[in-house]
Design a protein around this ligand. Structure first.
Ligand SMILES: CCCCCCCCCCCC(=O)SCCNC(=O)CCNC(=O)[C@H](O)C(C)(C)COP(=O)(O)OP(=O)(O)OC[C@H]1O[C@@H](n2cnc3c(N)ncnc32)[C@H](O)[C@@H]1OP(=O)(O)O
Length: 116
């Protein structure tokens, strides 16, 4: 799956640079939507993020995510974010666990997922 994302002032960490937590949030959400789109609603059990270069505000990044392998309910996923020059700025790997839709009812909400 591919997505284009631009961080803005809402995501600031150091001046002009996205907060690492905001970057992790976007990558986590990217994985969630990847699995939702391929018909496997799943939630994060483990997430690792590698920050190679500062992620700049107001700058478009290409995010690419895919499923690396599956072991039963366990889905191992990977993602990468690159700048417009093709340089990798961030990478992530995660373990997601497939869950039934009742998992999402536990929060009591009915909000639909929103794309990153
Ligand atoms: C309506 C539309 C909605 C649409 C939905 C759109 C969703 C978007 C979501 C975006 C992403 C999120 O933010 S999700 C939100 C953040 N995540 C969560 O809230 C999840 C909270 N955690 C949980 O609810 C639970 O821990 C689960 C469901 C993930 C798993 O619970 P469990 O079934 O009890 O399983 P558990 O024993 O913990 O672990 C399962 C297996 O993983 C293995 N395991 C654990 N860690 C690792 C690891 N680092 N590397 C390898 N393997 C590991 C364990 O050894 C075990 O293996 P084995 O012994 O089985 O072999």
């Amino acid at each position: 799956m591919r997505a284009r994302h631009v961080f803005d002032e809402r995501h600031v960490g150091a001046p002009g640079i996205a907060h690492g937590g905001a970057v992790a949030t976007v990558l986590d959400d990217l994985f969630g939507f990847l699995l939702y789109l391929i018909g496997e609603p799943a939630v994060t059990r483990h997430l690792e993020v590698g920050y190679r270069s500062p992620v700049l505000l107001g700058t478009p990044y290409l995010l690419e995510a895919g499923v690396q392998r599956r072991e039963g309910r366990k889905l191992f996923v990977r993602a990468q974010g690159t700048d417009e020059g093709g340089a990798a700025v961030v990478e992530a790997s995660a373990l997601f666990l497939v869950v039934g839709l009742e998992h999402f009812a536990r929060g009591g909400g009915d909000a639909a997922p929103v794309a990153p």
